[in-house]
Design a protein around this ligand. Structure first.
Ligand SMILES: NC(=O)c1ccc[n+]([C@@H]2O[C@H](COP(=O)([O-])OP(=O)(O)OC[C@H]3O[C@@H](n4cnc5c(N)ncnc54)[C@H](O)[C@@H]3O)[C@@H](O)[C@H]2O)c1
Length: 255
């Protein structure tokens, strides 16, 4: 299929729903051959099926990204199926509220594992494949929380800060191998993750208005608005961009 990602083999993690699913549909429409990774089998399979129904190419690879053996198997599966890996979009993540004094140790470990260690693991197994090709693109998912502190989100903010610094480091370490590594830093985005936060608030209507009020644009991002930035970074149009953190946040971190 022709398009800005024609014939490129792309792994998207956390592709079952939200931003990852929007990116899967967009990338497929631009000609990518997809490996959709998610811990949730039902939504992962459904995402792959949706891509195929719109005429795209996708397999679902069930993976818990916090386990080294799962991640290695995922990378092997993708190479077995497609023969190469051009783009790795590390999108999976979880949210967690609490100050340091509130957060229990297990929750801290889980957030760091899903949001930060997963990026280390996928890169550990995918970069050698890209290095052999002498070309590859990695897109990591930070957050506005990579760039500024967000009250009552200590573990999440720490994990997203780690993702940003790891991005910069890998950009330096693998530039000569032809591998570009960048981070997208989304602001509040209208996905199930955000809906859950609104739903859990004692006053959901006020919570939704609060979110919109603090964003200079005045409204949350649609998942496709984040996916569009990822498409640019995945494509050859961004060939000279590496080590960058791109806020996609309606102006939130410009203040
Ligand atoms: N939604 C927002 O407002 C927002 C803002 C800034 C950054 N982000 C980041 O963007 C990314 C996507 O967010 P979203 O809102 O689409 O999230 P989401 O919760 O809607 O989707 C996340 C997906 O990741 C999968 N996942 C979770 N743990 C996993 C694991 N261990 N192994 C494999 N898959 C796993 C889930 O099953 C889910 O399908 C996340 O990294 C998030 O931190 C989101």
């Amino acid at each position: 299929m022709a398009g800005r990602l024609a014939e490129k083999v792309v792994i998207i993690t956390g592709a079952g729903r939200g931003i990852g699913r929007a990116a899967a549909l967009l990338f497929a429409s631009e000609g990518a051959r997809l490996a959709l990774v998610d811990i949730n089998e039902e939504s992962g399979e459904a995402a792959a099926e949706e891509v195929r129904l719109q005429g795209g190419e996708a397999i679902y690879v069930k993976t818990d990204l916090t386990h080294s053996a799962h991640v290695k198997k995922m990378a092997d599966t993708v190479v077995e199926k497609y023969g190469r890996i051009d783009v790795l979009y590390n999108n999976a993540g979880i949210n967690h509220f609490g100050k340091v004094t509130d957060a229990d140790e297990a929750a801290w470990d889980r957030v760091m594992a899903v949001n930060a260690k997963s990026v280390f693991l996928t890169c550990k197994f995918v970069i050698p494949i890209m290095a052999k090709q002498k070309k590859g693109v990695i897109i990591n998912t930070g957050s506005a929380a990579s760039l500024v502190g967000l009250a009552n989100l200590s573990a999440y903010t720490a994990s997203k800060g780690a993702v940003l610094q790891l991005t910069r480091n890998m950009a330096l370490d693998y530039a000569k191998d032809g591998i570009r590594v960048n981070a997208i830093c989304p602001g509040v985005t209208a996905t199930e993750m955000t809906e859950q936060v609104i739903y859990d608030d004692p006053d959901p209507k006020a919570a939704r208005e609060r979110f919109d009020r603090v964003i200079p644009r005045g409204s949350m991002a649609a998942p496709i608005e984040i996916a569009n930035a990822a498409l640019f970074l995945a494509s050859d149009e961004s060939s000279y961009i590496t080590g960058a953190a791109i806020p996609v946040d309606g102006g939130y971190t410009a203040e």
